[in-house]
Ligand binder design. Structure first.
Ligand SMILES: Nc1nc2c(ncn2[C@@H]2O[C@H](COP(=O)(O)OP(=O)(O)OP(=O)(O)O)[C@@H](O)[C@H]2O)c(=O)[nH]1
Ligand SMILES: [Mg+2]
Length: 683
């Protein structure tokens, strides 16, 4: 057994905007906890967390990283997460594994886009929240104003638990030992505010406090009330640090040890059993003796160790010889080697208890989000899915060197395992392989990985748009297929009508042939010919939809009528009818939500109006942001991330989802038809 119990574990994710100093703080905490001798820096590229060469090169985190601190009798599992919105995949995954989300804020930059997002995600997931104001060593700060802004944006429940002193070179504790000076506000005032907030949570505690004062309350009573406050979102402590100078870091460590929830506390993880309406909540108990329930929140395809699956244990004990099942799979695997992670290092351990985070190596069947357990009674259990953003940024790819198709598909599969926001799409209609991610940077990093880790280089281009074709009028079509080559000939003649169907109704085929002018056995051939047009379209090379075909007359020949003849006649008669039925090209329309600071709303709506968008309105968000809701052709937003970035200086974000198909404007149709003609002529 490890030298600590579940009660002594703390699981904390450091989240927040890019550059706020999470990785540097991770380093400072490891040093303060005695895990490393000297703290590395981003500038020197020697931190425990940003060990990946691509992270060092960019000076930003790309992956989430885990390390533990054993200090003051407490085992802290700390997860550093990337701040860039492009890497939300690993960041949000980490939130599934912790009780506390510590949102790191740059003291000089204040509330930034990801500060807001991470606070929102953490609250929606009912995690305990802590705000860490970092870089208090910076010049020209107005921290009193920042506290005010934090309270305005995230509620008056955000209260300082310590205050910077001596020009940010140390902090004064406002909770345990409220004495000493501070750079702004006062320690006594901050203390009173936080105590008032804590005792308010519970009538008994309040009564006790009013009667006997703070001195009359036991440490346990205060701890429990504090923990309840965190759990219910009634208190979000703000603390101050400088990860660079170390000011406030010891104080933060003490706060983690003494006040943050252990896995027996906080809100229970949102596990459910079954799916849809039949799904029922399940609450694992962090009991070491019970069946194992663990959730895989991270996959690492390590080039040396192979596949590492990192999981958080919610119930039971995982040992080296434990046989575990994956989801509702029938075949168990044996754990074999069990690890704790420490940045890039893996430290082998014998067993892991409820509340802890550990990893197993080389189990190919494990996937992100899998539940590991040791009894079929726990089949079909899973965590409520995380609200991952939909990856809409796409690139069509092809291997640079022929023959690397298999290698490419393996690489994409491996990268997709590690990041739930990296997806692959194969569009059969357009014969195109498209990778999708959250932004340009995201896909660039993935392509670099493919090259470095798996040795596959690819050519990229913007993905083609999945246009469709349809008709807008009724028309007649006719074709007589006749071939006389030497002996036996081919003969078949077809008369048909086409009618537009409602959008989304697809394709219908009806037989209204009277008097056997086309014998029954040849009708499937006619339908086959007609269907040959559906996939490739008639005018621009796109799938044809929402058309009804009625075959009503024809002619046959007792000797020369053959299947091939009616296939050919059906196809040509259909093309003839379409040409007269005012064919049109349809384009996908998407719902676009753009969130931007109020000051950019004018630019963004103006930009959208120039792109054939219909603006349906705006909604106000917290923190002075607005969401502009619009419908827009997909073809107009294939490069929207770059455009929005340059328009808003990186402060905007957007989501896209498919809505419906609509006809393209005549000039676009003309271009698409022109572009198709040369390829189509010899048909
Ligand atoms: N002055 C000052 N600079 C700091 C402090 N902490 C971090 N920095 C600097 O801020 C920059 C960003 O720090 P990181 O630790 O990489 O920030 P991060 O939050 O991990 O950023 P992402 O990984 O992109 O999300 C680096 O240049 C750090 O040296 C601090 O306390 N004071
Ligand atoms: Mg970082």
């Amino acid at each position: 057994m490890p030298g600590y119990s579940t009660e002594n574990i703390r699981n904390i994710a450091l989240a927040g905007h890019a550059g706020a100093g999470k990785t540097t703080l991770f380093e400072a905490l490891l040093q303060a906890g005695g895990e490393i001798q000297t703290a590395g820096t981003i500038e020197r590229g020697n931190t425990v967390s940003d060990f990946d060469p691509m992270e060092k090169e960019r000076g930003h985190s790309i992956n989430s990283t885990i390390a533990s601190i054993d200090h003051g009798g407490v085992h802290i599992n700390l997860i550093d997460t990337p701040g860039y919105a492009d890497f939300r995949g690993p960041t949000l995954s980490a939130l599934a594994a912790v009780e506390t989300c510590a949102v790191v804020v740059d003291a000089a930059a204040g509330i930034e886009h990801s500060t807001q997002r991470m606070m929102d995600y953490a609250r929606a997931r009912r995690l305990c929240r802590l705000i860490i104001v970092n870089k208090i060593d910076s010049d020209g700060l107005d921290l009193a104003a920042l506290v005010k802004q934090l309270r305005e944006a995230f509620g008056s429940e955000c209260l300082p638990i310590n205050l910077p002193a001596e020009n940010g070179s140390r902090v004064s504790d406002c909770f345990f030992k409220p004495e000493g000076d501070s750079d702004f506000s006062s320690v006594a005032e901050a203390h009173q505010q936080i105590i008032d907030q804590v005792v308010e949570i519970n009538e008994d505690v309040m009564g006790h406090y009013l009667e006997d004062g703070e001195e009359g309350m036991s440490g346990q009573e205060l701890h429990d009330a504090f923990e309840q406050c965190l759990r219910e979102g009634h208190l979000v402590p703000i603390c101050f640090v400088s990860a660079r100078s170390g000011a406030g870091v010891k104080s933060l460590l003490a706060l983690i040890e003494k006040l943050l929830p252990n896995p027996l506390e906080a809100n229970p993880p949102p596990f459910i059993k079954g799916q849809g309406d039949a799904a029922e909540p399940v609450e694992p108990t962090p009991d070491a003796e019970k069946h194992v329930i663990a959730d895989v929140f991270k996959i690492i395809n390590d080039p040396f160790v192979g596949k590492l699956s990192v999981f958080r244990i919610y119930q039971g004990t995982v040992r080296r010889d434990t046989q575990l099942l994956i989801d509702d799979g029938k075949k168990p695997f044996k754990v074999g080697h069990l690890f704790k992670l420490r940045g890039k290092e893996h430290v082998e351990i014998e067993d892991a208890i409820p509340g802890d985070i550990a990893a197993v190596a080389k189990v190919e069947d494990i996937h992100f989000d899998a539940v590991l357990h040791d009894s079929h009674a726990e089949d079909h259990i899973h965590l409520e899915p995380l609200p991952f953003p939909q990856p809409m940024f796409g690139l069509a790819i092809e291997p640079k060197h022929k023959g690397q198709e298999q290698k490419l598909s393996n690489a994409i599969h491996k990268l997709g395992e590690e990041d739930p926001c990296f997806q692959l799409e194969h569009n059969k209609e357009l014969n195109e392989t498209v990778i999708r991610g959250l932004g340009e940077l995201h896909l660039k990093v993935m392509l670099d990985r493919m090259k470095e880790r798996y040795g596959v280089e690819v050519e990229t281009r913007p993905p083609r748009i999945a246009y469709r074709e349809t008709i807008s009028a009724r028309a007649d079509g006719h074709h007589r297929h006749k071939k006389q080559t030497g002996g036996a000939g081919q003969f078949g003649e077809v008369f048909l009508k086409v009618e537009p169907l409602k959008r989304g109704e697809g394709f219908q085929f009806a037989d209204e042939v009277k008097g056997g002018t086309i014998p029954g056995q040849f009708l499937p051939a006619v339908e086959k010919g007609v269907r040959q047009v559906l996939d490739g379209g008639a005018i621009a090379g796109y799938q044809l939809q929402d058309v009804k075909v009625i075959v009503y007359d024809g002619k046959h020949h007792p000797v020369d009528s053959k299947e091939v003849a009616f296939v050919a006649a059906g196809k040509k008669a259909f093309l003839d009818a379409i040409a007269k039925a005012r064919p049109i090209v349809l384009e996908p329309i998407v719902n676009l939500d753009v969130a931007v600071p109020e000051s950019h709303v004018g630019d963004v709506t103006g930009g959208l109006a120039a792109k054939r968008a219909r603006i349906n309105g705006t909604d106000a968000l917290r923190g002075g942001e607005l969401v502009i809701k619009a419908q827009i052709p997909l073809s107009e937003v294939t490069d929207y991330s770059n455009e929005l970035k340059s328009m808003t200086g990186g402060q905007g974000r957007y989501t896209l989802e498919f809505s419906h198909y609509e006809p393209v404007p005549p000039n676009v149709q003309k271009q698409l038809v022109e572009a198709y003609k040369p390829r189509h002529e010899d048909d």
